[in-house]
Each structure stands twice: as C-alpha cells, then as structure tokens.
Design a binder for this molecule. Structure first.
Ligand code: T3P
Length: 197
C-alpha cells in the first residue's frame, strides 16, 4: 500500500458509552417511567424502542441526550482510550475519529470536542471528522457499532467492522465482521490483518 492504513473509529458506542449513560440518566430523570435495560435493547435508535414500549417515552430519551452535559460526560467504553492511543502509535497506521452529530447540535458538537480533548488530548482534535454521511469518508476500515451505514457512496472505500453493542448483539450483520471489545486484544490481530492487505 502506498499510504498508511487509515482506520476510522466511531465515537458513540465505540469510544464513549452512549447507551449506558443514556439509561442511567433516563432513570434519574424519569424514575417512575418504565425503561429498557441494556440486555433488552434492540435496534440502533434508542427512542424508537422506547416509543414502542409506551407512547411518549421516545421523547423522554431525546430530552435526555439533548441535555447540556450529556455528550461531555459520557463514560469511556472499557479499554477504548488506551486502545486507540496504541493504535495511533502503530507503524503505518493513521487513526481518525469519525462521528455523526445530532441535528440538535447546541451541545453535542462542542461536547464531542471537549470529550476528545479530555480523554485523548489536544492533539486528537486534529483527528476528528464530523459527518452525517460516513460513506463519503475515505478510509480502509471503519469501526462503528451502527450495523447499517448508508449514504451517497454505494461502495464506500472502507470495510465496516461492527463494534458489538447492546443494541446490535442480535442483529443480522449480513456477513460483516465484528469487533467485540477493546480489552481482549483481538483488535490488534484485526489491524495487523488489514495492514497485510
Ligand atoms: P456516532 O456517529 O459517534 O456513533 O446521532 C448522533 C450521534 O449519537 C451518533 O454518534 C450516534 C449517536 N446516537 C446513538 O448512538 N443512538 C441514538 O439513539 C441517537 C439518537 C444517537
């Protein structure tokens, strides 16, 4: 390969724990409403499953993630920070953080930057790619928990590796491969394999 291996790493669900923090914050904000425990989550959009459970609960979810401080305070997915730091140090590898903003951008956008600065450091602000359409981003690998990533490019340059999350454990990935975690070291084998291509 003439260039380094470009690895695009998604934020929510891969680096930061959107699902866990949404559930915790929801329980705090709506202690008397039913909720969906992580082992029962299905489908990518949290609000859709809540709305099916009971009318109006979808809007509650939106209220939770649209709040000031939500994106800034997301906990890290175990091992993610250490892993992407190591990944970025690997020879012939370039890492980019590839994330989509909420349309309600008031807090989300600046807080994503704040999160990266806090957890990874100022240098990583250079690595952020904000886009609603990840298919037009040119990379070799995209690690993302959203099972179905579509957009203007029918055949994106990257291979999508699905990062396992509570909402996609039962999802049919139509042959796409998974990365289950950042902690058991399998991500290193995956990257080495891509480097050899
Ligand atoms: P990312 O591209 O970093 O995964 O939609 C904006 C971001 O919030 C996007 O971030 C995905 C995440 N998100 C969820 O993961 N689940 C949801 O239900 C919503 C509304 C957003």
């Amino acid at each position: 390969r003439q260039s380094n291996l470009r690895v695009l790493v998604d934020m929510d669900g891969v680096l930061c724990d959107f699902e866990l923090y949404l559930l915790e914050s929801y329980k705090q904000k709506y202690p008397n409403e039913p909720c969906i425990e992580l082992q029962d989550r299905e489908g990518f959009w949290v609000k859709d499953q809540y709305e099916k459970l009971k009318e109006g609960l979808g809007a509650n979810c939106v209220n939770v993630h649209n709040c000031k401080g939500f994106f800034k305070n997301l906990p890290e997915i175990p091992g993610s920070i250490e892993a992407v730091k190591e990944l970025s140090q690997m020879e012939n590898v370039d890492v980019f953080l590839c994330t989509s903003p909420l349309n309600y951008y008031k807090y989300c956008m600046q807080e994503k930057y704040a999160w990266v600065e806090k957890h990874l450091g100022k240098n990583w602000l250079e690595k952020i790619i904000i886009t609603k359409d990840k298919t037009v981003v040119n990379g070799h690998v995209l690690i993302d928990d959203k099972p179905n990533i579509t957009g203007a490019m029918l055949q994106p340059s990257w291979e999508h590796i699905v990062f396992t999350s509570c909402h996609n454990t039962g999802t049919n990935l139509h042959g796409k491969r998974r990365l289950d975690n950042w902690t058991d070291g399998t991500w290193r084998d995956l990257i080495e394999e891509f480097k050899k291509r």
